[in-house]
Design a protein around this ligand. Sequence first.
Ligand SMILES: Cc1cc2nc3c(=O)[nH]c(=O)nc-3n(C[C@H](O)[C@H](O)[C@H](O)COP(=O)(O)OP(=O)(O)OC[C@H]3O[C@@H](n4cnc5c(N)ncnc54)[C@H](O)[C@@H]3O)c2cc1C
Length: 308
Amino acid sequence: MNDNIYDVLIIGAGPAGLTAAIYTSRELHKTVVLEKAVAGGLPATTHLIENYPGFPEAIAGNELMERIKAQALRFGTELSEFSEVKSLVKEEGIFKTDIGTRIYESKTVIIASGSAPKVLGIEGEERLRGRGVSYCGICDGPFFAGMDVAIIGGGNSGLQEGEFLLKFVKSLTFVEYLPYMPASKILQKRLHDTGKVRFIVNHEVASIDGDDFVESITIKPRTRHESQKIDVAGVFIYAGFVPNSAFVEGLAQLDKAGYILTDERMQTSTPGLFAAGDIRSKQIRQITGATSDGTLAGIFAGAAIEGH
Ligand SMILES: Cc1cc2nc3c(=O)[nH]c(=O)nc-3n(C[C@H](O)[C@H](O)[C@H](O)COP(=O)(O)OP(=O)(O)OC[C@H]3O[C@@H](n4cnc5c(N)ncnc54)[C@H](O)[C@@H]3O)c2cc1C
């Protein structure tokens, strides 16, 4: 058999993919991780992680991911950054992906490509993207020092990012579509106690306004027509996620929302093809869950190679 064929090809270098890589390369399975950007996944853009076991004082998201990456590399994982997988096929029992600069072949594949922030399609959102509209507080927060800012979405992601933004901004206005704030109560209390935060529930954002940069948002109650303008210099959007699974359509069975269906061994509908982390069809998406999925996918991909 061709020596260039990997035992395990992992798509995505977030917590799920890198944990799977620790397990497979530690078992001396020839492992490559293809990452479309830089390694680290979503936690690398998250300010502080407070609920990952072993770090009672919390740990910066990028530091946690540097450590997990170092652990995978130490066991011999090959990591290729800026390598986006756009298609994946299985031919004569071998998986193949052509990333433009190179064709990779592997006996097994673990998909750990996570999800991307949802674009809401609000008027002004696309036009003012990068001009006050952002999907990443960690990346863009410092640009809004001393300014009034809005966050669309009152879930845990929005409030966590809000907590980070409060280091810089003058005030934060949350706009939530549901009649209540879905984020955990402890986060809500912490933000509320700063005196710089306002929560507006049961409203939708009708438009994001401004000529060259964001100047305001227009919101309206879900049940009535009158609208209200709020002056803000920035709008951060945390309104859910869409799965990065387009490249696997037809090869693996997906749920209605596009997440990959697996059994409890992380095995998809195609033998030798596994999925782990946020890309999997499941209810709760957390780093601990992603590393757990990565563990199982790594172990069972290893078992599949042995029987290959
Ligand atoms: C703002 C925010 C705060 C959060 N805070 C916490 C927290 O405090 N604690 C917690 O436990 N969880 C938290 N989460 C959830 C946590 O980040 C995720 O559950 C976790 O990152 C999932 O890991 P993953 O490896 O499955 O996916 P991801 O971390 O999303 O990693 C997927 C990787 O795959 C890459 N990729 C995607 N498509 C391709 C492709 N086609 N080819 C190659 N590479 C690809 C991506 O670039 C990315 O690096 C937070 C999430 C957000 C958004």
